[in-house]
Design a protein around this ligand. Sequence first.
Ligand code: JFZ
Length: 583
Amino acid sequence: MKRYMILTILVVLTISCGPKREKETESVISEQDQRMEWWREARFGLFIHWGLYAQPAGEWKGEEIPGISEWIMARAKIPVKEYEQLAATFNPVKYDADQWVRLAKQAGMKYIVITSKHHDGFAMFQSKASAYNIVDATPFGRDPLKELADACEKHGIRLGFYYSQAQDWHEPGGTYWNIEQGEPHWDPELVREPLMNYINGKAVPQVKEILENYGGLDILWWDTPRGMTEEAAEALQAVADQYPAMITNNRLYRPWPGDFSTPEQHVPPTGLDYDWEVCMTMNTSWGYKHYDHNWKSSETLIRMLVDIASKGGNLLLNVGPTAEGEIPEPSVERLQAIGKWMDLNGESIYGTEASPFFKLPWGRCTSRSTNDGTTLYLHVFQWPENNLLRVPGISTTVNHIRLLADQDQTLSSHFEGDDLLIELPGRAPDLVNTVIVVETRESLDVTSNMPSLSGGQIVLPADFADIHNPGYGTHAILKGSGNEARIINWVDSRVRLEWMFNTAEPGKFTVKAQVSAEDSSKLRIRVGEEELEAEIHATGSEFAETILGEIEISVTGDLIISIRPVQDDWNGIELGKVTLVRQ
Ligand code: JFZ
């Protein structure tokens, strides 16, 4: 268990995290545990991207601008003076902070993070540091963040502000997306100034304002440290340091870790050993975009929340309100559906810990330590056909097993070796995710079901794959379980699959896979330093066992095998299990 955790951590550290700042001593770490306590319990929050960009909503001068809507100023290269004029008509009269907070609460969310200033530089709060703010520059004239803070206070919801500290496209000293490449700002009228002019003249004063004027923020959510310098980061950190109870994320300055890391638009694999929060959109854009109908289903979102909780992380789920101040109806529907599930099953999410299992082919697990043992919450996504749920490799004394949503129904079970078999009712009470509660006595001992060499081969089932989907693009998904499990919808050539497996003996292996392909494609397979390029030919509609080639495995222990498309030779495939056979 610990071993593959460390391996994963190494991989992820290089991407999202760096060494702790030198200043942090042991006493700071326990202070960190203190401020993180509520956040670790909370598990689920609402992200709100709201600003002037809600008005164009992805369209500029009759043209649909590709990409995320809050980036329209940069994507459409809108001059500062022209974009500024959006403020003159920004009037979200339907805004009702109380209603937003009640909706978040209904969904089972415990905190809200809202954009106080995005990259466009427009402050959604009253600011003395810059007149380019919602109170002074719009006909609305109200401070929506003050109203939101009051509503959060009233309903017991924690509040954080997003503040884009580096990118500020409105200011001569602010950074922008391609500044690090030495490119000029798209607006030649904006005469450049040094970064510190902007940091000292606007960012630091505004951060002071938001930390002072809203009753104390629970979270300060920095973003995109592009073009940041250590000097600028130190100046902002000094302000945040005045509020030791406040949580900050890792996006102030690379590689400062902050209190938590922020995987964006994807769920990382199991076992990160630090605090993390996935931020995720319900459709594609963060800010409101009127023609973005690419909605994730409620089922996908509920399972995503569970997947994240089973790995020990939080989910910050985004909505992009309109320029009138309304949360779009498809988002409201999804939040309500999640809320209905959370009403019955919230106990299996709040304050739980990660799954003790390597993988469960039928779903996920969250856990909670009790005085005399461990409570396991088994989240069944795929109801087993024989109504027997197999919990692999667990040795402990089972006290009591029941359905979480129906306390009266006790379930029978028996052991088959180290596997616990639970007798389920004939039909899934909840088709999205039925939660089974297993109360155990004594400490729990779990044998990892990580694939490993046995009988001369290593079998990597499709439902054990970690699917690495890109933030923006078509996502590959898992369909079915057991022998029927398939990775489908693998059309985007940036999608990569990874399996963790263990081997005690090095050697040469033949790589085989169940593949279905309508056209030919090329794959690159990698284990450690060894690489193999495989050609896939059209298989017709049937799945065919295909030999991909040979690979040498020269190391032992927990390893990762990755399979990814060769960029220019990709027509999409479906994939079942992959098998390595010893030669
Ligand atoms: C940033 C913003 O640019 C975006 O508009 C939105 O606010 C989002 C939540 O954050 O976008 C990012 C930030 C980080 C990464 C990618 C996009 N990243 O780490 O890959």
